[in-house]
Design a protein around this ligand. Structure first.
Ligand code: NAD
Length: 363
């Protein structure tokens, strides 16, 4: 099969669909890999690294789309890419079709095969191609929060770990899922005093067990959230109700009782955010101040650490990609029920129920 990767054109998207290592894996399986010149640069992979891996470089995205049977991308195709997608071509990428009717229409019209990373199901359940991005966002949330707590960045001027004789910062994590657990790991590791709130007592029990009393676990109620926020230096919003907008757990009035210069990192912003005052920001201007609180609401946090994110993503998508290339889409999908869950579009038909329901289209 001819497999290709193009430069991502979304604003501040520096990840790339295939690393030179992944490209080499496809080549070792007998496939040919075509890379648009410069595609890997944002992730630290220069053209010569792809050449050394045995890839063929092409000047434009159009050439890659015209040549290849399968395109491995990161973000959903954007408008200039719609017309490049060909009939029967496999588009293997994050698609998030439920949020984008124009893309859904374009994908249907092209009669391509759209396999979405975000809906592939793992053998033990879970979403293996989404998980690494949640892990990264969770870990990064504390790193970013620590930065914006610094005075020159608008924060309270507080060091997460404190020093002997000066108390540590208080970090409050709302939601004990993948993002929350990853945030806790870093915050606790940096020496902060961590409190996590969730409505799922099993998650709280698990965390209580593994941290053996080194973090506080609190059942999530509006009253408890309000109390924890009033005391917090850094708040990480990491809640999710699957398939729904994030619940607005942080009310504007709660911010009035927070410390001036405290920081909220609302990781759940890609689902609308879990704070009433959250609105999407971008890496080039990530924070704003409301009621004296610094709010960080970047919708694609993993893009900031593109090398790590590209590698984590490649780890998750490579084996599925090889399976598709080796067997062809139809056989690969038939052989792996989890991969089949990733099929959103098949030659002019919507094949993912939740997306069809959003648009009232035939499934
Ligand atoms: P997850 O399903 O693993 O965890 C969500 C947790 O929220 C669950 O433990 C759930 O019980 C808890 N929860 C639900 N309602 C709650 C409530 N009222 N109070 C407290 N906890 C509650 O989800 P995840 O993978 O950790 O993702 C969390 C959010 O981060 C999602 O919105 C996801 O889309 C987002 N995310 C954003 C980025 C970004 O770049 N901004 C990157 C990755 C993930």
């Amino acid at each position: 099969m001819k497999v290709g990767t193009v430069t991502e054109i979304k604003k501040h998207e520096y990840r790339v669909g295939l690393t030179p290592n992944s490209a080499k894996a496809f080549i070792d399986h007998g496939h040919a890999v075509y890379i648009q010149k410069g595609a890997g640069e944002g992730s630290g992979y220069q053209d010569d690294m792809y050449e050394q891996a045995g890839c063929i470089l092409q000047d434009t995205a159009k050439e890659v789309f015209d040549t290849c049977d399968m395109i491995v991308k990161v973000k959903e195709p954007l408008e200039p890419e719609y017309r490049l997608i060909r009939e029967n071509q496999i588009i293997y990428t994050y698609l998030h079709l439920a949020a984008d009717k124009a893309l859904t229409d374009a994908m249907l019209e092209s009669k391509c095969i759209g396999i979405a990373f975000e809906t592939i199901k793992g053998r033990n359940g879970g979403l293996p191609c989404l998980k690494p991005m949640s892990q990264i966002a969770g870990r990064l949330s504390v790193q970013e929060g620590a930065k914006y707590l610094e005075k020159p960045f608008g924060g309270r001027g507080v060091l997460l770990a404190g020093v002997p004789g000066v108390e540590r910062a208080k970090v409050v994590v709302l939601g004990a899922g993948i993002v929350g657990t990853s945030a806790i790991k870093i915050a606790a590791g940096m020496g902060a005093e961590v409190t996590v709130l969730d409505i799922n007592l099993d998650r709280l029990e698990y965390l209580e067990d593994i941290y053996q009393g080194r973090i506080n676990t609190v059942f999530s109620t509006p009253q408890h959230i309000q109390e924890c926020l009033a005391d917090a230096d850094l708040v990480i919003g990491a809640v999710l109700i699957p398939g729904a907008a994030a619940p607005k757990l942080i009310k504007r009035e709660y911010l009035k009782n927070m410390k001036k210069g405290a920081v909220i990192v609302d990781v759940a912003i890609d689902q609308g955010g879990c704070s009433e005052v959250s609105h999407v920001t971008y890496h080039d201007d990530p924070v704003y101040v409301t009621e004296g609180v610094v709010c960080y609401c970047v919708g694609n946090m993993p893009g900031a650490v593109s090398n790590t994110s590209t590698n984590a993503l490649n780890n998750a998508i490579l084996n599925y990609g090889l399976h598709i290339a080796d067997k062809g889409a139809e056989t690969a999908l038939k052989e792996d029920a989890g991969l089949l869950e990733g099929l959103n579009i098949y030659k002019g038909k919507l094949t993912y129920r939740a997306v069809a329901e959003v648009y009232g289209l035939e499934f």
